[in-house]
Design a protein around this ligand. Structure first.
Ligand SMILES: *[C@@H]1O[C@H](CO)[C@@H](O)[C@H](O)[C@H]1NC(C)=O
Ligand SMILES: *[C@@H]1O[C@H](CO)[C@@H](O)[C@H](O)[C@H]1NC(C)=O
Ligand SMILES: *[C@@H]1O[C@H](CO)[C@@H](O)[C@H](O)[C@H]1NC(C)=O
Ligand SMILES: *[C@@H]1O[C@H](CO)[C@@H](O)[C@H](O)[C@H]1NC(C)=O
Ligand SMILES: *[C@@H]1O[C@H](CO)[C@@H](O)[C@H](O)[C@H]1NC(C)=O
Ligand SMILES: *[C@@H]1O[C@H](CO)[C@@H](O)[C@H](O)[C@H]1NC(C)=O
Length: 650
């Protein structure tokens, strides 16, 4: 259908000149463009210029299929004005992190899907990462009572920390609000004068604090996400667009979402409610309303003011009712004399449910990928450690219990624990959770060829290029694909959300923030026998035996202790070599990197990605350290290796 063009609303008729004039016109324009950009043509370029007939054909074609005429390759001329600019992109703030193995640097850019970062960042060392995902804020309200046992406060802070961590892992930005935010709301003074009962007041303060933050998601700090990343409810919340003020039916008043204006509107309507004109006279009625589903604020509103979302199963809410009905062992301890102990049990219960949810999402278990398995046992220590703890049954006061939102879960059974296997290559399915270790090409070359030192001669004569990546993707990516393609697929894998794989770098020894990546703590203690047991006679916790290391890959012998010791030594030497500032050593490492460009790129990308992730989180922790639920307030010191030892190590 012809397109009717208009100019200032009037139809515009384009009088097309006859075909041959069109063609001639294009040729003239073409030559002018060429002269402008490339200067007068030299003899060779003249010979490759399209003839009149070619241009005419292209134009005839273009009239039939309206798109840019294809005039064939333009003569190659240097410099090409349409090529990449020669300026380096500006260095983004906070895009560098120190490391013993030279600085880790990155550039966050939409053009990250490029096999080799340096073609975008124009910097050998700077990896190009995908832009950080926007994290929608989620708020919770916590008002610490003035007089409270320090132990109870700490236990509550640890629960809030678990709340923050679980939501963080699901891609949110969790923030803990308090009366300080509520006081900033214009309506605060008015409500303050009403002398509301404590329960009603708490609910109103929650809403005021939420209104002050401009709406978004408001959750109870005992409401945690316990579902797969793509769960429709979590995916909806992550979109950060809440057209209507809503709550979720099955969750009572645990989760609300809405825009700032609708929250403020609702607060105004509550203010105008007749019952609040004389609180003393209506005290009973207000108390009754507050007990109804949805809480005080919702019931002081008209039912049409807030939408009730009926089906949503992504969030587990541990209300007092639920705890009393379902988790008796915990409820028994939540008395006023053993409050702290009860809260600790609750924290363990919540953590075990988060861990269980993770285990159920990966029905085929955990896969440790170990390409070139003959001489890389020492390389896989950390990955194997994590894999073993991940497949262990979680420490819990009630191991047979299910999360409140999934009553039909499959509790962890130590006799049929999650599978743990080793594979020589990446198996592309999300039924596994895959853990791998990305080595520097120097490390893998030295280990694989069992060489204590490397040099240029050895590389040229004996070493294969991009050993590690080729082995890793040998089966998942067909043979005909190039290293560039493989490296790109690998980057996609690292940057994927939801994560179904975890990539450590061989040169970094500790993995501090894994609990924030997974959203829960790994078990830190295990039963010393093959049976579940308890850490002490008085403890209500049940701990499980720790699964052994995975069986060696089929066809391979378990390597001798003596050989593993050599590997460890070689690994240490490789780490030193990469760190070395010595000129000769540097040139060898450089040569290895040049030899295996794809392996080097994979290594740079993996370490920059995890470094940025760590920095994003650390910065967040710094911003939040004054507020409830920070690691500082919860008595958790990060930096001691595994972090978050508080849960069951006491
Ligand atoms: C960079 O980090 C510093 C200190 O952690 C922080 O104050 C600053 O706001 C950060 N800048 C950006 C743009 O994130
Ligand atoms: C509120 O009601 C009580 C009892 O019904 C009455 O004594 C009091 O004067 C009322 N206060 C106001 C401000 O109307
Ligand atoms: C615990 O609660 C009971 C009743 O609720 C009360 O009588 C008792 O004094 C409380 N004990 C402490 C130590 O607060
Ligand atoms: C894994 O499979 C998906 C879909 O089947 C594909 O898009 C992706 O490229 C594969 N990744 C790797 C690393 O093989
Ligand atoms: C795994 O559990 C063991 C004890 O069973 C503990 O010593 C180790 O630190 C844990 N590792 C990780 C990575 O959590
Ligand atoms: C735990 O109880 C058993 C038997 O009841 C007893 O023999 C053992 O000494 C106790 N252990 C501790 C640490 O109290």
């Amino acid at each position: 259908m012809p397109v009717q063009r208009t100019i200032f609303g009037r139809p515009l008729t384009l009088q097309m000149p006859p075909r041959r004039f069109q063609a001639l016109g294009v040729l003239v324009i073409f030559i002018i463009v060429n002269l402008t950009f490339y200067g007068p043509p030299s003899r060779e370029t003249l010979q490759t210029l399209p003839t009149y007939e070619e241009v005419a054909d292209a134009v005839t074609d273009a009239v039939k299929h309206p798109h840019v005429p294809d005039l064939g390759e333009l003569p190659a001329v240097v410099p090409n004005p349409f090529g990449p600019s020669a300026h380096k992109p500006p260095i983004q703030p906070n895009s560098t992190s120190t490391s013993a193995y030279r600085a880790i640097e990155w550039l966050s850019d939409f053009k990250w899907r490029n096999p080799f970062s340096s073609s975008i960042s124009l910097d050998e060392n700077r990896a190009v990462l995908p832009p950080l995902r926007e994290r929608p804020p989620i708020y919770t309200y916590y008002d610490a009572p003035k007089k409270q046992d320090k132990k109870v406060s700490e236990a509550e802070n640890r629960l809030i920390l678990a709340w923050r961590r679980a939501w963080w892992a699901q891609g949110f930005k969790p923030q803990v609000l308090s009366r300080a935010e509520a006081m900033q709301h214009p309506q605060y003074q008015l409500f303050q004068r009403m002398k509301l009962g404590s329960k009603v007041e708490l609910e109103v303060m929650r809403w005021l604090a939420w209104g002050h933050m401009g709406g978004g998601i408001l959750a109870n700090w005992l409401a945690l996400p316990m579902a797969e990343y793509e769960n429709p409810m979590l995916a909806f919340l992550r979109r950060n667009e809440y057209p209507k003020l809503s709550r979720i039916q099955s969750l009572d008043n645990a989760v609300f979402f809405g825009e700032g204006s609708s929250v403020d509107e609702a607060i105004k309507k509550v203010m105008a409610n007749q019952l609040l004109k004389n609180v003393t006279a209506n005290e009973d009625k207000i108390t009754q309303l507050a007990k109804k589903e949805g809480g005080a604020v919702v019931n002081l509103l008209d039912s049409k003011d807030i939408v009730v979302d009926a089906k949503a199963n992504g969030v587990a809410s541990y209300t007092m009712d639920t705890i009393t009905n379902k988790y008796q062992t915990v409820a028994d301890k939540l008395t006023n004399t053993t409050q702290a102990e009860g809260l600790d049990l609750l924290a363990n219960l919540v953590n075990s449910h988060l861990h269980l949810t993770f285990q159920e999402q990966h029905p085929e278990g955990v896969a440790v990928v170990k390409p070139l398995p003959e001489h890389t046992t020492a390389l896989m220590y950390e990955a194997t450690e994590i894999a073993r703890n991940l497949t262990q049954c979680p420490t819990s006061p009630m191991p047979k219990s299910c999360p409140p939102n999934r009553p039909k879960c499959k509790p962890c059974d130590a006799n049929k624990a999650m599978k743990l296997q080793e594979f020589p290559e990446f198996v592309n399915t999300t039924k596994f959770f895959t853990i791998g270790t990305v080595p520097h090409p120097y490390t893998i070359t030295s280990l694989h060829y069992t060489r204590d030192t490397l040099d240029a001669n050895f590389l040229r004569n004996n070493a294969k290029r991009d050993l590690w990546l080729l082995e890793l993707t040998r089966k998942s990516i067909p043979k005909e694909h190039t290293e560039s393609y493989r490296v790109l697929q690998f980057k996609e894998l690292i940057a994927a959300a939801p994560i179904h794989s975890l990539w450590l770098t061989a040169e970094r020894i500790t993995q501090k923030d894994i609990d924030w990546v997974l959203g829960f703590d790994l078990p830190q203690i295990a039963s010393s026998t093959n049976e579940p047991s308890s850490p002490s006679n008085s403890s209500e916790l049940i701990i499980f035996p720790r699964p052994g290391p995975p069986e060696p890959i089929e066809g391979l012998q378990k390597p001798d202790e003596k050989w593993i010791k050599r590997e460890e030594e070689r690994l240490r030497r490789a780490r030193d070599a990469i760190k070395s500032k010595d000129k000769i050593m540097r040139s060898i490492v450089d040569a290895v990197e040049q030899w295996s460009l794809a392996d080097t790129e994979a290594w740079k990308f993996a370490r920059a990605y995890s470094s940025r992730r760590r920095m994003e989180r650390k910065k967040w922790e710094e911003d939040e350290q004054k507020f409830a639920g920070s690691e500082k307030k919860a008595g958790v010191r990060h930096g001691d290796g595994s972090g978050g030892r508080w849960l069951d190590g006491r």
